[in-house]
Design a protein. Structure first.
Length: 635
C-alpha cells in the first residue's frame, strides 16, 4: 500500500488550540502509517513586520507537488496576503485539501463548527442571564474566518438585544495570548468606564486579559465578567474557571486527517463537516459550574509541565552558552548537537541555504524573503545518536534525506534573521515543537547564532583584507614598505646573529614621467606592474621584494658571495630586455639597480643597508645618464 504524505500549514505551535488539533492529526497519522509534514511559523510573536516575513518564508519551502494532500489551518493566519499565496499554490498543485474553520474556499473541503451560532449564544447568555449592557469585544483580524464570524455574532447579538455598539470597545488582535494585555492597555488608555464584560474570541486572549485586569486591581467576575472560546486545559483549570465554548479540537484534527485520506483512497466525502460546539458557563461570568479536570490529574499534568519547562530552560541556557563561544560553523553545530537529546526526537536536520554565508548590506537590493536558494546544505543531521551531514541538496526536495517509511511526523521550522532567510530545521518524531513553550526561543537562538557566525566570518575576512592591504601594494600585488620592513627586518636580524651575508638591491625605474606624459597614467601603471613582475622573478622564492615608492623597488635575500650582486644585476637587465621584446611598446621599459652584499654587524641596520643600496643605485643611474649624453654629442 502506498505511503501517504500530507502537508500541514499552520501558524503558532505554542497555543493550545493548535496543540490539540495537531494531536488529533498525529494520532490518525500514526494509526494509519501516514507521513505528516508541518510547515509552521510563529507570526505575530514580536512587533516586527520584517521578523514575520522571515517566519513566513517557511511556507514557500513547501513543495506541494511532493505531497498527496494538504491540511490547512488557515484560521491561525492573520496575514491575508500570506494566506492568499498559500491558497493559490495549493490550488495550482491540484492536490486535495481540507481547511479548518472556513468555508471561504469552495474548491477545498472543510471541517468546522458553527462559530456564529455558538458565539451568539454565549453573548446572549451574558446579556440576558447576567444583565450585561456594556460589552468590550476582543477578537482576531477580520481577514481570519473565525475572527470575522465571531465578530459578526457579537454585532448581531448586540443589535438584537437593542444594545449600542461602541467601536472604541472593539479590539482587533491576532489571536495570540499577548493580545489580551494589549486589549486591556487600549481600554485603559481610552478613558472609558469599565464594561460589564469582556468577550474574547479565544481562551488565550481571555486568560491574559484576566491577568492584566487583576494587575489593575479589578476582580473577575465581581467587577467585570470575562469569556473566552475553545475550552482549553488552561481555561477550564483557571481560577476563576473561564466561561468559554467547548469544541472538539482533537476530534477536528483526527477527522480532518481521516477525511483527507479517505479522499485520497477514492472515497466520496462531504464537502463540509460540521462538529458540535457548546457554550460552557462557569465562574468567570458568575455562573456555578465544575469545569476543572480531576484534581489528581490536574496536579499531575501541571507538575509534568513544570518539569518539562524547567528542563527546557536549562537546555536553552546550555545552548546559549555553547553558541556564545562558537566562532566557526563546526563549533556552532557541535553546540547544537549537545542539546538535541533533550529535545527527545528520533531525527534532527539543520538545513541552511547554500548562500547563507554570503555578504549583504542594506544598500544591496533586498533579497526576496520568500525565496530559498536553489540548493541547500545540511551541516548537521542527528539520528538516534549518530551524526552526519549532507553537503548539498535541492531546496525543492525539502528533506536532505527522503523518508523511507510511513507514520512519521516532521516539523519544519524557519531559521532567519529579520526577513533574511537562513534555512530551517526539521524535528522528526518528537513533540518538542508542540509541547514546549520554549520551542520558538530555541529557534531564535539557533537563528541568531548562525547569523553571528556569518557576520564573524565576514569580519575575519575583512580583517584579513585590511591586514593584506596594510602590507601589500594594491597596484603590483607585492609587499609595500610596511610589509617589507616587517618581514625583511626579522630576516636581517637572523643573518646578523648567524653572521650570514645578505644582499640588498635598490631599483629605480627610468623614464616613468616620459611614459605618463606621452602615453597616459594608465600606461604608466602598466609599466610599473611589468617592472614589479621582473623584480618579483629576480627575488625568487627565497627573497623578499617590495614596491617602496612610486617607481622604487627593493629586494632582500641571503647571499653567498660578492658576485651575487653582479649576477642579480645581469638577471635583472636580461629580464628587462626580454620583457621589452615581448611587449613591443613605443617606449623602452628601463630601470637602474644598485646592490650591496655584506655580512652585517650589530651596529648595522636594515635601514642603513637600504641607504647604501640606494646610493649605489644612484651612482649607476648617473653613469647611465652620462653615457646617454656622451652618445648624444658624438659626431
Amino acid at each position: 500500500m502506498k505511503i501517504r504524505n500530507i502537508a500541514v500549514i499552520v501558524i503558532g505551535l505554542d497555543e493550545e488550540y493548535q496543540y490539540n488539533v495537531i494531536r488529533g492529526i498525529n494520532q490518525y497519522a500514526r494509526e494509519h502509517d501516514v507521513n505528516i509534514s508541518y510547515f509552521a511559523a510563529f507570526g505575530g510573536v514580536v512587533d516586527s513586520r520584517k521578523f514575520d516575513l522571515g517566519e513566513f518564508s517557511i511556507f514557500n519551502l513547501t513543495n506541494f507537488s511532493y505531497f498527496d494532500g494538504a491540511l490547512l489551518l488557515l484560521n491561525t493566519f492573520s496575514d491575508a496576503e500570506v494566506k492568499a499565496k498559500i491558497v493559490e499554490r495549493v490550488r495550482a498543485s491540484g492536490i486535495p485539501a481540507v481547511a479548518f474553520e472556513t468555508k471561504d474556499y469552495p474548491d477545498f473541503y472543510d471541517i468546522s463548527i458553527d462559530n456564529f451560532r455558538v458565539m451568539k449564544s454565549l453573548i446572549n447568555h451574558m446579556i440576558v442571564e447576567h444583565g450585561a449592557k456594556v460589552l468590550n469585544f476582543v477578537t482576531g483580524p477580520l481577514s481570519n474566518p473565525e475572527g470575522r464570524m465571531r465578530y459578526d455574532a457579537f454585532r448581531c447579538a448586540m443589535e438584537e438585544n437593542g444594545l449600542e455598539i461602541d467601536e472604541r470597545r472593539i479590539f482587533f488582535g491576532s489571536f495570540r495570548g499577548y493580545d489580551g494585555k494589549l486589549a486591556v492597555d487600549a481600554f485603559s488608555e481610552s478613558g472609558l468606564p469599565l464594561p460589564d464584560a469582556f468577550i474574547c474570541s479565544n481562551d488565550s486572549m481571555a486568560l491574559t486579559l484576566i491577568t492584566s485586569l487583576e494587575r489593575l486591581g479589578y476582580h473577575v467576575p465581581s467587577d467585570v465578567m470575562v469569556t473566552g472560546f475553545d475550552f482549553t486545559f488552561s481555561a477550564r483549570n483557571a481560577c476563576p474557571a473561564l466561561t468559554t465554548v467547548k469544541r472538539p479540537l482533537f476530534a477536528s484534527g483526527y477527522q480532518a486527517c481521516e477525511k483527507l485520506c479517505r479522499l485520497l483512497n477514492g472515497e466520496n466525502q462531504p464537502r463540509s463537516t460540521e462538529l458540535k460546539a457548546t457554550p460552557v458557563f462557569t465562574e468567570s461570568c458568575g455562573c456555578p459550574g465544575e469545569t476543572a479536570d480531576d484534581l489528581r490529574e490536574y496536579k499531575k499534568r501541571i507538575s509534568h509541565r513544570l518539569e518539562i519547562t524547567n528542563s527546557n530552560i536549562l537546555m536553552l541556557n546550555r545552548l546559549t552558552a555553547g553558541l556564545a563561544e562558537a566562532e566557526t560553523t563546526a563549533e556552532n553545530m557541535d553546540a547544537i548537537e549537545k542539546i538535541i537529546r533533550d529535545i527527545d526526537c528520533e531525527k534532527f536536520c539543520l538545513c541552511l541555504t547554500a548562500d547563507w554565508q554570503e555578504a549583504f548590506s542594506p544598500k544591496m537590493p533586498p533579497r526576496n524573503p520568500d525565496a530559498y536558494s536553489e540548493y541547500m546544505t545540511a551541516p548537521l543531521i542527528w539520528e538516534r545518536g549518530a551524526r552526519r551531514s549532507v553537503p548539498i541538496f535541492r531546496s525543492s526536495e525539502m528533506f536532505p534525506e527522503q523518508p523511507r517509511t510511513g507514520g512519521n511526523i516532521h516539523y519544519f521550522l524557519p531559521l532567519h534573521f529579520g526577513d533574511r532567510c537562513l534555512g530551517y530545521y526539521i524535528v522528526t518524531n518528537g513533540d518538542f515543537p508542540i509541547y514546549s513553550l520554549l520551542c520558538h526561543t530555541l529557534t531564535m537562538n539557533i537563528s541568531n547564532s548562525i547569523e553571528n557566525i556569518r557576520k564573524l566570518f565576514h569580519l575575519n575576512r575583512a580583517m584579513e583584507e585590511l591586514n593584506r592591504l596594510y602590507v601589500i601594494d594594491p597596484l603590483c600585488d607585492i609587499y609595500n614598505r610596511n610589509g617589507f620592513i616587517n618581514l625583511a627586518n626579522e630576516r636581517f636580524r637572523e643573518c646578523v646573529r648567524d653572521q650570514k651575508p645578505v644582499i640588498l638591491s635598490f631599483i629605480d625605474m627610468d623614464g616613468l614621467k616620459f611614459i605618463n606624459d606621452n602615453y597616459g597614467h594608465n600606461e604608466g601603471d602598466f609599466a610599473i606592474r611589468q617592472l614589479a613582475e621582473i623584480v618579483k622573478s629576480c627575488a625568487g622564492t627565497h627573497g623578499i621584494c617590495a614596491r617602496i615608492g612610486g617607481d622604487e623597488f627593493i629586494i632582500f635575500s641571503r647571499a653567498t658571495e660578492a658576485a651575487d650582486a653582479e649576477a642579480l644585476a645581469k638577471q635583472f637587465n636580461e629580464s628587462l630586455a626580454t620583457c621589452n621584446a615581448r611587449l613591443q611598446k613605443p617606449y623602452q621599459l628601463s630601470a637602474s639597480i644598485g646592490s650591496i652584499v655584506k655580512v652585517a654587524g650589530e651596529s648595522d641596520s636594515l635601514y642603513s643597508m637600504i641607504q647604501q643600496a640606494d646610493d649605489k643605485m644612484y651612482e649607476i643611474k648617473k653613469h647611465k645618464k652620462a653615457a646617454r649624453k656622451s652618445e648624444a654629442v658624438k659626431p
